[in-house]
Design a protein. Structure first.
Length: 151
């Protein structure tokens, strides 16, 4: 297994594990974005930039709820909801939180097309590898309601 794949799987499964650059032997953890500290543990939203990374993350989550934030860098409502999404990852620690920024790479854009994202921000919910819900728009209450419904 490649070092990146191993680290990615650990990050998705543990969500609270802090990786050091010494352990990884690298200076960058681009796919893993630590959002903030809570009770001494790092809570994470995992940045996804390709179909392969997305498929690995969803399948690795097993029966845990996976919440995916699809956004772009130019979208105002995406920027407004982003910190709230990070806070949700702190609150709902049993779920896996992923973020796909559609204009970050051609592969991310291809993933958004494959998943049927037609507007941003859009939040898709997966359970056991299957899409179970979608919330379109920067409506924090609707996002949380869907999380509570499926967790």
């Amino acid at each position: 297994m490649h070092r990146f794949s191993y680290v990615f799987v650990l990050a998705v499964l543990s969500r609270t594990m802090a990786f050091s650059t010494t352990f990884l032997g690298t200076t960058s953890l681009a796919p893993i974005r630590t959002t903030r500290q809570n009770s001494g543990l790092s809570m994470q939203v995992v940045d996804i930039d390709s179909e392969a990374a997305f498929d690995r993350a969803v399948s690795s989550a097993g029966s845990a709820l996976v919440v995916v934030d699809y956004s772009t860098t130019w979208c105002g409502p995406c920027k407004v909801i982003a910190p709230k999404f990070d806070e949700m990852s702190d609150t709902f620690t049993d779920a896996v939180f992923l973020k796909v920024i559609g204009d970050s790479t051609p592969d991310a854009s291809k993933l958004m097309k494959r998943e049927g994202v037609r507007s941003v921000p859009s939040f898709h919910y997966f359970k056991d590898g299957e899409k179970v819900d979608v919330v379109n728009g920067a409506n924090a209450d609707a996002i949380v309601t869907a999380i509570k419904k499926h967790i």
